[in-house]
Design a protein around this ligand. Structure first.
Ligand code: PHE
Length: 474
Protein backbone atom coordinates (compact mmCIF):
# COMPACT_ATOMS: atom_id res chain seq x y z
CA UNK A 1 0.00 0.00 0.00
CA UNK A 2 1.34 3.39 -0.95
CA UNK A 3 1.66 5.42 2.21
CA UNK A 4 1.55 8.84 0.63
CA UNK A 5 -2.14 8.47 -0.21
CA UNK A 6 -2.93 8.37 3.46
CA UNK A 7 -0.72 11.19 4.69
CA UNK A 8 1.54 11.35 7.74
CA UNK A 9 1.82 13.10 11.05
CA UNK A 10 3.08 16.64 10.56
CA UNK A 11 5.93 16.02 13.00
CA UNK A 12 7.25 13.41 15.40
CA UNK A 13 6.24 15.69 18.25
CA UNK A 14 2.69 15.72 16.96
CA UNK A 15 2.69 11.91 16.81
CA UNK A 16 4.01 11.76 20.37
CA UNK A 17 1.43 14.20 21.71
CA UNK A 18 -1.38 12.21 20.07
CA UNK A 19 -0.12 8.83 21.27
CA UNK A 20 0.59 10.05 24.80
CA UNK A 21 -2.88 11.61 24.70
CA UNK A 22 -4.31 8.23 23.77
CA UNK A 23 -2.48 6.56 26.64
CA UNK A 24 -3.20 9.13 29.33
CA UNK A 25 -6.78 8.65 30.42
CA UNK A 26 -9.07 7.80 33.28
CA UNK A 27 -6.91 4.79 34.16
CA UNK A 28 -4.03 7.09 35.07
CA UNK A 29 -6.22 9.22 37.29
CA UNK A 30 -8.55 6.85 39.07
CA UNK A 31 -6.78 3.50 38.99
CA UNK A 32 -3.02 3.92 39.16
CA UNK A 33 -2.72 5.97 42.39
CA UNK A 34 -5.13 3.69 44.20
CA UNK A 35 -3.56 0.46 42.99
CA UNK A 36 -0.18 1.81 43.97
CA UNK A 37 -1.42 2.60 47.48
CA UNK A 38 -3.11 -0.77 47.91
CA UNK A 39 -0.27 -2.87 46.59
CA UNK A 40 2.74 -1.61 48.46
CA UNK A 41 3.40 1.99 47.39
CA UNK A 42 6.90 2.33 46.02
CA UNK A 43 7.24 -1.45 45.95
CA UNK A 44 4.31 -1.51 43.48
CA UNK A 45 5.89 1.27 41.44
CA UNK A 46 9.01 -0.85 41.01
CA UNK A 47 6.98 -3.84 39.84
CA UNK A 48 4.98 -1.56 37.54
CA UNK A 49 8.18 -0.25 35.96
CA UNK A 50 9.53 -3.77 35.47
CA UNK A 51 6.26 -4.84 33.82
CA UNK A 52 6.30 -1.69 31.68
CA UNK A 53 9.77 -2.57 30.43
CA UNK A 54 9.22 -6.33 29.98
CA UNK A 55 5.63 -6.33 28.66
CA UNK A 56 4.59 -2.77 27.76
CA UNK A 57 7.70 -1.86 25.81
CA UNK A 58 7.95 -4.93 23.52
CA UNK A 59 4.21 -4.89 22.75
CA UNK A 60 4.18 -1.18 22.03
CA UNK A 61 7.27 -1.45 19.82
CA UNK A 62 5.76 -4.38 17.92
CA UNK A 63 2.45 -2.57 17.35
CA UNK A 64 4.21 0.55 16.10
CA UNK A 65 6.46 -1.52 13.83
CA UNK A 66 3.61 -3.54 12.30
CA UNK A 67 1.53 -0.40 11.75
CA UNK A 68 4.35 1.52 10.12
CA UNK A 69 5.65 -1.41 8.08
CA UNK A 70 2.34 -1.98 6.34
CA UNK A 71 0.98 1.54 6.59
CA UNK A 72 -2.60 0.32 6.90
CA UNK A 73 -5.45 0.15 9.39
CA UNK A 74 -5.19 -2.34 12.24
CA UNK A 75 -6.99 -4.99 10.17
CA UNK A 76 -5.02 -4.40 6.98
CA UNK A 77 -1.72 -4.28 8.89
CA UNK A 78 -2.23 -7.49 10.84
CA UNK A 79 -3.61 -9.22 7.77
CA UNK A 80 -0.58 -8.21 5.71
CA UNK A 81 1.87 -9.72 8.20
CA UNK A 82 -0.21 -12.62 9.51
CA UNK A 83 -2.86 -13.64 6.97
CA UNK A 84 -6.11 -14.99 8.46
CA UNK A 85 -4.55 -15.31 11.92
CA UNK A 86 -3.56 -11.65 11.73
CA UNK A 87 -7.04 -10.65 10.61
CA UNK A 88 -8.44 -12.32 13.71
CA UNK A 89 -6.08 -10.34 15.96
CA UNK A 90 -6.97 -7.10 14.17
CA UNK A 91 -10.65 -7.96 14.54
CA UNK A 92 -10.28 -8.47 18.30
CA UNK A 93 -8.52 -5.12 18.59
CA UNK A 94 -11.30 -3.35 16.70
CA UNK A 95 -13.94 -5.06 18.82
CA UNK A 96 -12.17 -3.84 21.96
CA UNK A 97 -11.96 -0.30 20.64
CA UNK A 98 -15.64 -0.32 19.70
CA UNK A 99 -16.84 -1.65 23.05
CA UNK A 100 -14.59 0.58 25.17
CA UNK A 101 -16.09 3.55 23.34
CA UNK A 102 -19.53 2.60 24.68
CA UNK A 103 -18.54 3.57 28.21
CA UNK A 104 -15.51 5.81 27.83
CA UNK A 105 -17.69 8.42 26.15
CA UNK A 106 -20.24 8.23 28.98
CA UNK A 107 -17.56 8.68 31.63
CA UNK A 108 -16.32 11.67 29.64
CA UNK A 109 -19.88 12.97 29.67
CA UNK A 110 -20.03 12.83 33.48
CA UNK A 111 -16.83 14.89 33.59
CA UNK A 112 -18.40 17.52 31.32
CA UNK A 113 -21.51 17.53 33.51
CA UNK A 114 -19.30 18.25 36.52
CA UNK A 115 -17.53 21.07 34.67
CA UNK A 116 -20.96 22.60 33.99
CA UNK A 117 -22.18 22.03 37.56
CA UNK A 118 -19.11 23.72 39.03
CA UNK A 119 -19.47 26.53 36.56
CA UNK A 120 -23.09 27.02 37.58
CA UNK A 121 -21.95 27.05 41.20
CA UNK A 122 -19.39 29.73 40.38
CA UNK A 123 -22.10 31.84 38.79
CA UNK A 124 -24.25 31.30 41.84
CA UNK A 125 -27.04 29.49 40.03
CA UNK A 126 -26.38 26.06 41.57
CA UNK A 127 -26.23 25.01 45.15
CA UNK A 128 -23.49 22.43 45.17
CA UNK A 129 -22.06 23.17 48.58
CA UNK A 130 -25.28 22.05 50.25
CA UNK A 131 -25.47 18.81 48.29
CA UNK A 132 -23.13 15.89 48.90
CA UNK A 133 -21.00 14.57 46.06
CA UNK A 134 -22.86 11.27 46.41
CA UNK A 135 -26.17 13.04 45.84
CA UNK A 136 -24.90 15.05 42.85
CA UNK A 137 -23.61 11.89 41.23
CA UNK A 138 -26.77 9.89 41.97
CA UNK A 139 -28.82 12.69 40.37
CA UNK A 140 -26.56 12.56 37.35
CA UNK A 141 -26.82 8.80 36.96
CA UNK A 142 -30.59 8.74 37.20
CA UNK A 143 -31.17 11.68 34.86
CA UNK A 144 -31.10 9.61 31.68
CA UNK A 145 -31.94 12.32 29.11
CA UNK A 146 -29.20 14.57 30.45
CA UNK A 147 -26.63 11.75 30.49
CA UNK A 148 -27.49 10.89 26.89
CA UNK A 149 -27.31 14.56 25.90
CA UNK A 150 -23.85 15.07 27.44
CA UNK A 151 -22.62 11.83 25.88
CA UNK A 152 -23.81 13.21 22.59
CA UNK A 153 -21.84 16.42 23.22
CA UNK A 154 -18.64 14.46 23.92
CA UNK A 155 -19.03 12.42 20.76
CA UNK A 156 -19.88 15.56 18.77
CA UNK A 157 -16.67 17.23 20.01
CA UNK A 158 -14.68 14.16 18.94
CA UNK A 159 -16.42 14.23 15.56
CA UNK A 160 -15.36 17.83 14.99
CA UNK A 161 -11.73 17.05 15.84
CA UNK A 162 -11.37 13.76 13.95
CA UNK A 163 -13.07 15.02 10.82
CA UNK A 164 -10.06 17.34 10.32
CA UNK A 165 -7.83 14.31 9.67
CA UNK A 166 -4.68 12.94 11.25
CA UNK A 167 -2.53 16.02 10.82
CA UNK A 168 -5.01 18.87 10.76
CA UNK A 169 -7.45 17.42 13.27
CA UNK A 170 -6.04 14.92 15.76
CA UNK A 171 -2.46 16.20 15.80
CA UNK A 172 -3.44 19.85 16.02
CA UNK A 173 -5.82 19.21 18.89
CA UNK A 174 -3.34 17.15 20.89
CA UNK A 175 -0.53 19.64 20.38
CA UNK A 176 -2.60 22.21 22.24
CA UNK A 177 -4.57 19.83 24.47
CA UNK A 178 -1.67 17.90 25.99
CA UNK A 179 0.35 20.91 27.19
CA UNK A 180 -2.90 22.38 28.55
CA UNK A 181 -3.54 19.13 30.36
CA UNK A 182 -0.06 19.22 31.90
CA UNK A 183 -0.52 22.80 33.11
CA UNK A 184 -3.90 22.04 34.67
CA UNK A 185 -2.45 18.97 36.37
CA UNK A 186 0.37 20.97 37.94
CA UNK A 187 -2.04 23.60 39.28
CA UNK A 188 -4.29 20.92 40.75
CA UNK A 189 -1.30 19.19 42.38
CA UNK A 190 -0.15 22.44 44.00
CA UNK A 191 -3.62 22.97 45.46
CA UNK A 192 -3.99 19.35 46.58
CA UNK A 193 -0.68 18.96 48.38
CA UNK A 194 -1.17 22.21 50.30
CA UNK A 195 -4.52 21.15 51.76
CA UNK A 196 -4.48 20.39 55.49
CA UNK A 197 -4.11 16.64 56.00
CA UNK A 198 -2.73 16.10 52.51
CA UNK A 199 0.37 14.34 53.81
CA UNK A 200 -1.63 11.22 54.67
CA UNK A 201 -2.63 10.79 51.04
CA UNK A 202 0.95 11.09 49.89
CA UNK A 203 1.96 8.59 52.56
CA UNK A 204 -0.78 6.17 51.45
CA UNK A 205 0.55 6.25 47.92
CA UNK A 206 4.29 6.32 48.49
CA UNK A 207 5.06 4.43 51.70
CA UNK A 208 7.21 1.49 50.60
CA UNK A 209 5.76 -1.74 51.86
CA UNK A 210 7.23 -4.98 50.60
CA UNK A 211 4.68 -7.10 52.47
CA UNK A 212 2.25 -7.42 49.50
CA UNK A 213 5.16 -8.62 47.37
CA UNK A 214 5.94 -11.34 49.89
CA UNK A 215 2.39 -12.46 50.55
CA UNK A 216 0.81 -12.02 47.13
CA UNK A 217 3.58 -11.69 44.57
CA UNK A 218 1.61 -13.02 41.61
CA UNK A 219 -1.38 -10.88 42.52
CA UNK A 220 0.77 -7.73 42.55
CA UNK A 221 2.45 -8.73 39.29
CA UNK A 222 -0.87 -9.24 37.59
CA UNK A 223 -2.34 -6.00 39.00
CA UNK A 224 0.71 -4.03 37.84
CA UNK A 225 0.82 -5.77 34.46
CA UNK A 226 -2.89 -5.20 33.84
CA UNK A 227 -2.50 -1.55 34.73
CA UNK A 228 0.53 -1.11 32.41
CA UNK A 229 -1.38 -2.73 29.62
CA UNK A 230 -4.61 -0.75 29.98
CA UNK A 231 -2.81 2.49 30.71
CA UNK A 232 -0.75 2.29 27.52
CA UNK A 233 -3.91 1.56 25.50
CA UNK A 234 -2.33 -1.55 23.99
CA UNK A 235 -4.03 -4.27 21.91
CA UNK A 236 -6.91 -2.18 20.67
CA UNK A 237 -5.44 -0.97 17.45
CA UNK A 238 -4.54 2.53 18.57
CA UNK A 239 -0.77 2.12 18.43
CA UNK A 240 -0.92 0.21 15.15
CA UNK A 241 -3.19 2.85 13.63
CA UNK A 242 -1.19 5.84 14.85
CA UNK A 243 2.03 4.04 13.89
CA UNK A 244 0.74 3.58 10.35
CA UNK A 245 0.97 7.34 9.82
CA UNK A 246 4.54 7.59 11.12
CA UNK A 247 7.43 8.39 8.80
CA UNK A 248 10.17 5.82 8.23
CA UNK A 249 12.90 8.08 9.56
CA UNK A 250 11.44 8.30 13.08
CA UNK A 251 12.81 6.07 15.83
CA UNK A 252 10.35 3.44 17.02
CA UNK A 253 12.40 2.53 20.08
CA UNK A 254 12.85 6.10 21.27
CA UNK A 255 9.18 6.90 20.66
CA UNK A 256 8.01 3.81 22.57
CA UNK A 257 10.16 4.76 25.54
CA UNK A 258 9.00 8.37 25.56
CA UNK A 259 5.34 7.30 25.46
CA UNK A 260 5.79 4.81 28.31
CA UNK A 261 7.77 7.22 30.50
CA UNK A 262 5.32 10.08 29.93
CA UNK A 263 2.29 7.94 30.67
CA UNK A 264 3.87 6.69 33.89
CA UNK A 265 4.81 10.22 34.97
CA UNK A 266 1.26 11.44 34.42
CA UNK A 267 -0.13 8.51 36.40
CA UNK A 268 2.25 9.28 39.25
CA UNK A 269 1.44 12.98 39.14
CA UNK A 270 -2.29 12.24 39.05
CA UNK A 271 -1.74 10.38 42.31
CA UNK A 272 -0.19 13.50 43.82
CA UNK A 273 -3.26 15.43 42.71
CA UNK A 274 -6.09 13.17 43.79
CA UNK A 275 -5.02 11.19 46.85
CA UNK A 276 -3.89 14.08 49.09
CA UNK A 277 -7.18 15.83 48.33
CA UNK A 278 -9.25 12.72 49.03
CA UNK A 279 -7.42 12.09 52.30
CA UNK A 280 -7.58 15.73 53.35
CA UNK A 281 -11.33 15.49 53.34
CA UNK A 282 -12.29 11.92 54.04
CA UNK A 283 -9.22 10.32 55.60
CA UNK A 284 -9.00 6.60 55.14
CA UNK A 285 -12.75 6.25 54.90
CA UNK A 286 -13.04 8.17 51.64
CA UNK A 287 -13.70 6.21 48.47
CA UNK A 288 -10.28 6.13 46.84
CA UNK A 289 -10.83 4.29 43.57
CA UNK A 290 -12.83 4.23 40.38
CA UNK A 291 -15.81 6.43 39.52
CA UNK A 292 -16.53 7.09 43.20
CA UNK A 293 -13.15 8.71 43.74
CA UNK A 294 -13.58 10.91 40.72
CA UNK A 295 -17.24 11.79 40.90
CA UNK A 296 -18.07 11.67 44.61
CA UNK A 297 -15.01 12.06 46.83
CA UNK A 298 -13.36 14.80 44.80
CA UNK A 299 -16.55 16.78 44.29
CA UNK A 300 -16.93 16.72 48.09
CA UNK A 301 -13.40 18.13 48.29
CA UNK A 302 -14.32 20.99 45.95
CA UNK A 303 -17.55 21.59 47.87
CA UNK A 304 -15.55 22.00 51.06
CA UNK A 305 -13.07 24.49 49.65
CA UNK A 306 -15.25 27.55 49.95
CA UNK A 307 -15.47 30.17 47.24
CA UNK A 308 -12.48 28.85 45.28
CA UNK A 309 -13.92 25.33 45.24
CA UNK A 310 -15.82 25.66 41.96
CA UNK A 311 -12.75 27.14 40.24
CA UNK A 312 -10.68 24.08 41.13
CA UNK A 313 -13.67 21.89 40.31
CA UNK A 314 -13.84 23.35 36.82
CA UNK A 315 -10.10 23.03 36.35
CA UNK A 316 -9.96 19.45 37.60
CA UNK A 317 -12.92 18.14 35.63
CA UNK A 318 -11.69 19.94 32.51
CA UNK A 319 -8.38 18.14 33.00
CA UNK A 320 -10.12 14.77 33.24
CA UNK A 321 -12.38 15.62 30.27
CA UNK A 322 -9.34 16.41 28.14
CA UNK A 323 -7.65 13.16 29.18
CA UNK A 324 -10.79 11.23 28.26
CA UNK A 325 -11.28 13.02 24.93
CA UNK A 326 -7.74 12.46 23.67
CA UNK A 327 -8.20 8.72 24.35
CA UNK A 328 -11.66 8.65 22.79
CA UNK A 329 -10.37 10.30 19.62
CA UNK A 330 -7.75 7.59 19.28
CA UNK A 331 -10.31 4.83 19.71
CA UNK A 332 -12.61 6.34 17.10
CA UNK A 333 -9.72 6.85 14.66
CA UNK A 334 -9.04 3.09 14.79
CA UNK A 335 -12.49 2.54 13.26
CA UNK A 336 -12.23 5.51 10.89
CA UNK A 337 -8.85 4.45 9.49
CA UNK A 338 -10.20 0.92 9.08
CA UNK A 339 -13.19 2.13 7.07
CA UNK A 340 -11.17 4.51 4.91
CA UNK A 341 -8.50 1.91 4.12
CA UNK A 342 -11.12 -0.74 3.42
CA UNK A 343 -12.96 1.48 0.96
CA UNK A 344 -9.72 2.57 -0.67
CA UNK A 345 -8.82 -1.08 -1.22
CA UNK A 346 -12.17 -1.59 -2.92
CA UNK A 347 -11.34 1.32 -5.17
CA UNK A 348 -14.05 3.53 -3.67
CA UNK A 349 -13.69 7.21 -2.91
CA UNK A 350 -14.61 8.25 0.62
CA UNK A 351 -15.48 11.50 2.22
CA UNK A 352 -13.77 11.51 5.62
CA UNK A 353 -16.44 13.68 7.20
CA UNK A 354 -19.21 11.29 6.18
CA UNK A 355 -17.28 8.25 7.41
CA UNK A 356 -16.54 9.89 10.77
CA UNK A 357 -20.16 10.97 11.09
CA UNK A 358 -21.57 7.50 10.47
CA UNK A 359 -19.14 5.89 12.91
CA UNK A 360 -19.92 8.50 15.57
CA UNK A 361 -23.64 7.84 15.17
CA UNK A 362 -23.15 4.10 15.65
CA UNK A 363 -21.05 4.76 18.75
CA UNK A 364 -23.76 7.10 20.02
CA UNK A 365 -26.25 4.23 19.85
CA UNK A 366 -24.21 1.88 22.05
CA UNK A 367 -23.16 4.71 24.38
CA UNK A 368 -26.81 5.72 24.85
CA UNK A 369 -27.41 2.29 26.35
CA UNK A 370 -24.58 2.70 28.87
CA UNK A 371 -25.67 6.27 29.63
CA UNK A 372 -29.26 5.15 30.20
CA UNK A 373 -28.04 2.38 32.48
CA UNK A 374 -26.38 4.99 34.74
CA UNK A 375 -23.94 2.50 36.28
CA UNK A 376 -26.82 0.18 37.07
CA UNK A 377 -28.95 2.90 38.73
CA UNK A 378 -31.95 2.67 36.47
CA UNK A 379 -32.97 -0.96 36.61
CA UNK A 380 -32.01 -1.87 33.04
CA UNK A 381 -31.51 -5.55 32.29
CA UNK A 382 -27.83 -6.53 31.98
CA UNK A 383 -26.31 -9.75 30.58
CA UNK A 384 -25.13 -12.09 33.37
CA UNK A 385 -27.12 -10.01 35.82
CA UNK A 386 -28.39 -13.04 37.70
CA UNK A 387 -24.96 -14.53 38.22
CA UNK A 388 -24.13 -11.94 40.89
CA UNK A 389 -20.66 -11.60 39.38
CA UNK A 390 -18.86 -8.36 38.58
CA UNK A 391 -19.29 -8.83 34.81
CA UNK A 392 -23.07 -8.58 35.21
CA UNK A 393 -23.00 -5.59 37.56
CA UNK A 394 -23.68 -2.80 35.06
CA UNK A 395 -23.69 -2.38 31.30
CA UNK A 396 -20.32 -0.70 31.70
CA UNK A 397 -18.93 -3.75 33.50
CA UNK A 398 -20.28 -6.04 30.81
CA UNK A 399 -18.73 -4.04 27.94
CA UNK A 400 -15.53 -3.75 29.95
CA UNK A 401 -15.48 -7.51 30.53
CA UNK A 402 -15.56 -8.38 26.83
CA UNK A 403 -13.04 -5.68 25.87
CA UNK A 404 -10.56 -5.19 28.69
CA UNK A 405 -11.22 -8.56 30.29
CA UNK A 406 -11.01 -10.87 27.28
CA UNK A 407 -10.40 -9.36 23.84
CA UNK A 408 -7.45 -7.15 24.80
CA UNK A 409 -5.30 -9.69 26.69
CA UNK A 410 -6.17 -12.54 24.30
CA UNK A 411 -5.39 -10.29 21.33
CA UNK A 412 -2.04 -9.28 22.81
CA UNK A 413 -1.12 -12.88 23.53
CA UNK A 414 -1.98 -13.93 19.98
CA UNK A 415 0.01 -10.98 18.65
CA UNK A 416 3.06 -12.26 20.51
CA UNK A 417 2.55 -15.66 18.87
CA UNK A 418 2.28 -13.87 15.54
CA UNK A 419 5.73 -12.39 16.11
CA UNK A 420 6.97 -15.94 16.81
CA UNK A 421 5.60 -16.89 13.41
CA UNK A 422 6.94 -13.96 11.42
CA UNK A 423 10.13 -13.90 13.55
CA UNK A 424 11.33 -11.03 15.71
CA UNK A 425 13.74 -10.11 12.91
CA UNK A 426 10.77 -8.72 10.94
CA UNK A 427 10.21 -6.21 13.72
CA UNK A 428 13.94 -5.46 13.85
CA UNK A 429 13.94 -4.76 10.13
CA UNK A 430 11.22 -2.16 10.55
CA UNK A 431 12.86 -0.62 13.61
CA UNK A 432 16.13 -0.26 11.70
CA UNK A 433 14.52 1.14 8.55
CA UNK A 434 16.06 4.27 7.04
CA UNK A 435 19.51 3.16 8.22
CA UNK A 436 18.84 3.46 11.95
CA UNK A 437 21.31 1.56 14.13
CA UNK A 438 20.67 0.21 17.63
CA UNK A 439 23.08 -1.53 20.02
CA UNK A 440 22.89 -5.32 19.55
CA UNK A 441 21.83 -6.04 23.15
CA UNK A 442 18.53 -4.35 22.40
CA UNK A 443 17.56 -7.07 19.95
CA UNK A 444 18.60 -9.79 22.38
CA UNK A 445 16.42 -8.10 25.00
CA UNK A 446 13.48 -7.81 22.59
CA UNK A 447 13.73 -11.51 21.75
CA UNK A 448 13.81 -12.41 25.45
CA UNK A 449 10.67 -10.32 26.04
CA UNK A 450 8.80 -11.75 23.07
CA UNK A 451 9.69 -15.39 23.73
CA UNK A 452 9.60 -15.43 27.53
CA UNK A 453 8.63 -12.39 29.59
CA UNK A 454 5.74 -10.92 27.60
CA UNK A 455 3.80 -14.17 27.06
CA UNK A 456 4.14 -15.08 30.74
CA UNK A 457 3.10 -11.58 31.71
CA UNK A 458 0.12 -11.64 29.36
CA UNK A 459 -1.11 -14.98 30.71
CA UNK A 460 -0.94 -13.61 34.24
CA UNK A 461 -2.77 -10.48 33.21
CA UNK A 462 -5.48 -12.52 31.50
CA UNK A 463 -5.99 -14.73 34.55
CA UNK A 464 -6.06 -11.66 36.82
CA UNK A 465 -8.67 -9.98 34.61
CA UNK A 466 -10.91 -13.03 34.50
CA UNK A 467 -10.66 -13.47 38.26
CA UNK A 468 -11.74 -9.89 38.86
CA UNK A 469 -14.70 -10.10 36.49
CA UNK A 470 -15.89 -13.43 37.88
CA UNK A 471 -15.55 -12.26 41.47
CA UNK A 472 -18.86 -11.98 43.36
CA UNK A 473 -20.34 -8.48 43.36
CA UNK A 474 -19.55 -6.82 46.66
N1 PHE B 1 -5.14 4.25 28.49
C1 PHE B 1 -6.36 4.78 28.98
C2 PHE B 1 -6.26 5.11 30.43
O1 PHE B 1 -5.25 4.99 31.05
C3 PHE B 1 -7.47 3.86 28.87
C4 PHE B 1 -7.83 3.49 27.51
C5 PHE B 1 -7.80 2.21 27.20
C6 PHE B 1 -8.17 4.44 26.62
C7 PHE B 1 -8.13 1.86 25.97
C8 PHE B 1 -8.48 4.12 25.39
C9 PHE B 1 -8.45 2.82 25.06
O2 PHE B 1 -7.25 5.50 30.98
Amino acid sequence: MEQHHRGHWGSNLGFLMATIGAAVGLGNIWAFPYKMGMNGGFAFLLVYLVMAVLVGFPIMLTELAIGRKVGGSVLVSYHAVGGGFGTFIGGLAMLSAFLILSFYTVLGAYCVEYVCLNFAELLGVANLSNVSGAQSFADMLTNQPLAVLFTFLVIAACFLIIRGGIKDGIEKFNKVGMPALAIMLVIVIIRAVTLPGAADGIKFMLTPNFEPLKTNFLGVLSAAGGQVFFSLSLAMGITVTYGSYLRKEESLVKNSLIIIISDTCVAFMAGLAVLPAAFALGGENAELAGPKLLFITLQDVFNSMGSFGPVFGILFYLFVTLAAITSTIALIEVLVTFTLDHRRKQGKQSNRTVVVLVICLIIMAEAALVAADGLGSNGLWIPFQDTGRALGGTWLDFMDFISEGVAMPVGALLMIFLVWKIRPSTIREEATAAGRVYPPFLYTFYRFCIYVAAPLGMIMILVGQLQSFFAPLS
